[in-house]
Design a protein around this ligand. Structure first.
Ligand code: DQA
Length: 143
């Protein structure tokens, strides 16, 4: 069974509470349950990881080398700022899909650029929870 590391970045743990008009009313536990059931349907093994800290996310990506077959990441706000997360993804060089609940291309100007997109082989935006499904399907198709 292929192993996927699913990383959720800062403030995604506050789903449900956080700007529900943008991110929806369902909470983070519901997102995690959705990812787990989708992975099971696709016969993928997943580990779920969430952190509000850039360096902790970098450490987790580094530790994925030799352990996981692919990465699904919603870097949240670090999408638009983190060269360190981009470099970590490039260093371990695992197949990577990037997902965003909202369509970052139609939001504020500062959200339109993604460092992570410079490495990720697939980016899915604006599809809510279903974007995680699409990301897992993509990884399953390439692994
Ligand atoms: C997000 C979009 C980011 O711009 C924002 O900072 C987030 C969530 C999304 O899933 O739509 O925290 O990655």
């Amino acid at each position: 069974m292929k192993k996927i590391l699913v990383i959720n970045g800062p403030n995604l743990n506050l789903l449900g509470l956080r700007e529900p008009e943008l991110y929806g009313a369902k909470n983070f536990k519901a997102l995690e349950a959705f990812i787990i059931s989708t992975a099971a349907e696709l016969s993928l093994e997943v580990e779920l990881f969430q952190s509000n800290h850039e360096g902790v996310i970098v450490d987790k990506i580094q530790a994925a080398y030799g352990v996981f077959d692919g990465i699904l990441i919603n870097p949240a706000a670090y999408t638009h700022t983190s060269v360190a997360i981009l470099d970590a993804l490039k260093a371990v060089a695992l197949p990577t899909a990037e997902v965003h609940l909202t369509d970052i291309s139609t939001r504020e100007e500062f959200r339109r650029f993604s460092y992570v997109s410079l490495y990720a082989q697939k980016t899915i935006c604006g599809k809510g929870f279903d974007g995680y499904k699409e990301g897992l399907e993509y990884l399953s198709s390439v692994l």
